[in-house]
Write a protein that binds this ligand. Structure first.
Ligand code: 7TS
Length: 433
């Protein structure tokens, strides 16, 4: 495939050229108390205490509007899509396709057809590995990732390498958990066929300089897949400004339903890719001798999709856009500074992930306490964190630990949540003394 287009300057379609691409503007001031009111689960008591939910990197809670949208959709508008000629099917199809246009605006994509619906980030990456990868990657070629990847952005490439004889290369990071760009650049060679990299690390919170990474990769004619699972809930993303070639994320981390995610791909790449799965809707015509395939994006959406999931994701994106990504980023940055300060004052705590540019993730080890024990004690206090390897075992090895405790923030968390976390860490230290 001709990849020379990668060398062209990014083409940012002006919003006035394409009115459907206009982003929704914030319509409410940022007020964390009011925001918390929108999340019914946060009013819940857990083990006799008001829930403190600090496991947002694993999955985020759902605002009432998403819950109501799902319920209303099933109550009034549900049918299978694309194939019916009846009123309900048309209505459901309209809701599904208008969510696609909504996500196009959210990501700043040039066309709605560049948005594919999948199960989540994991499926999005596997789709690229199995279609783009199987077509363009051959024995001796290289795929370049980084040390901080989630297993979802490691294993699909290893599987591709096993099948093709290609080689996985890994760009290293420093002790703060920042990508070493010089080392990354050195690993870009004529053999490199794809870069696959996290926008934000789920363990460290590090925000990678994607624009710069894409620039370097494109200089070598290498397309870039960005794993945006931990970025979209916290940062405004503009795929055209970043000029990345693929961008993947999951709806459930973005305050939307489970089982729905998005793969963005540049039109030229998607159109040249073979299908992922075969089945209904992805075809133009089928005979026993030969099948011809549908256009993009339908070619990549075989079978009945997660229709309600798509509609619910659209509602989650509207909800976030009404608050405004810039306001969310600013609030979370302030809360992260507060939390970092508060937790690192505890002498027994070692923070892992101290990049200059990071989102609200605090991974840490408490001297003498296994992260799982800490997680259990915190749970007794009604505090939800994650303890373990966070599906990033090679990253754990890089820091010489088997596991960490991880508190991950969302825009509904407060300084009170951080105080509860700090008090519970102190309590655990006392308990094990
Ligand atoms: N990529 C990153 C960076 C992630 O953090 C995750 C999930 C995935 C991919 C996979 O997303 P999925 O929705 O397809 O499962 N991360 C986590 C986590 O940190 N704790 O639980 C899931």
């Amino acid at each position: 495939m001709d990849l020379t287009y990668l060398q062209r300057k990014p083409h940012r379609m002006s919003l006035s050229q394409n009115t459907t691409a206009e982003r929704r503007s914030p319509s409410r001031p940022f007020d964390v108390k009011r925001i918390r009111e929108d999340f019914p689960i946060l009013k819940q008591q857990v083990r006799g205490k008001l829930l403190v939910y600090l496991d947002n990197a694993a999955s985020a809670q759902k605002p009432q509007v998403v819950i109501d949208t799902l319920s209303r959709f099933y109550s009034t508008s549900y049918a299978n899509i694309h194939r019916g000629i009846h009123w309900l099917s048309e209505r459901a199809t309209e809701a599904y396709e208008s969510a696609r246009a909504n996500i196009q605006r959210f990501l700043g994509a040039a066309e709605a057809s560049e948005i594919l619906f999948v199960r989540g980030t994991t499926e999005a990456i596997n789709l690229v590995a199995q279609t783009y990868g199987r077509t363009h990657v051959h024995a001796g070629d290289e795929i370049l990732i980084s040390t901080m990847e989630h297993h979802s952005n490691i294993v699909p490439w290893q599987m591709l390498c096993e099948a093709t004889g290609a080689v996985l290369r890994v760009a290293p990071i420093n002790d703060d958990g920042e990508l070493l760009l010089d080392e990354f650049e050195k690993l870009l060679t004529p053999r490199t066929k794809l870069v696959a990299i996290a926008h934000v690390s789920n363990v460290l919170g590090t925000i990678n300089p994607i624009r710069r990474i894409v620039e370097l990769a494109h200089r070598h004619n290498v397309p870039v897949l960005v794993d945006g699972a931990q970025a979209v809930p916290h940062l405004a993303v503009d795929v055209q400004a970043m000029d990345c070639d693929f961008y993947a994320f999951s709806g459930h981390k973005l305050f939307g339903p489970t089982g729905i995610g998005v793969l963005y791909g540049k039109a030229a790449l998607l159109e040249a890719m073979p299908p992922y799965q075969g089945g209904g809707h992805m075809i133009q015509s089928v005979t026993f001798e030969k099948t011809t395939y549908n256009k993009v994006p339908d070619r990549f959406e075989a079978g009945t999709p997660n229709i309600a999931g798509v509609v619910g994701l659209g509602a989650a994106i509207d909800y976030m856009s009404d608050i405004g990504l810039e306001a969310i980023t600013a609030y979370e940055r302030e809360l992260l500074t507060y939390a970092t300060d508060r937790v690192s004052k505890i002498a027994e705590v070692r923070l892992i992930g101290t990049a200059k540019d990071k989102t609200g993730v605090l991974s840490f080890i408490v001297d003498g306490i296994h992260p799982h024990d800490l997680g259990t004690i915190l749970d007794n206090e009604g505090i939800a964190i994650r303890a373990g390897h966070h599906c990033a075992q090679p990253l754990m090895s890089r820091f010489g630990v088997p596991a960490t405790a991880r508190a991950s923030l969302a825009f509904y968390n407060t300084q009170e949540d951080i105080e509860a976390l700090a008090a519970a860490i102190h309590k655990s230290i006392e308990f094990f003394r």
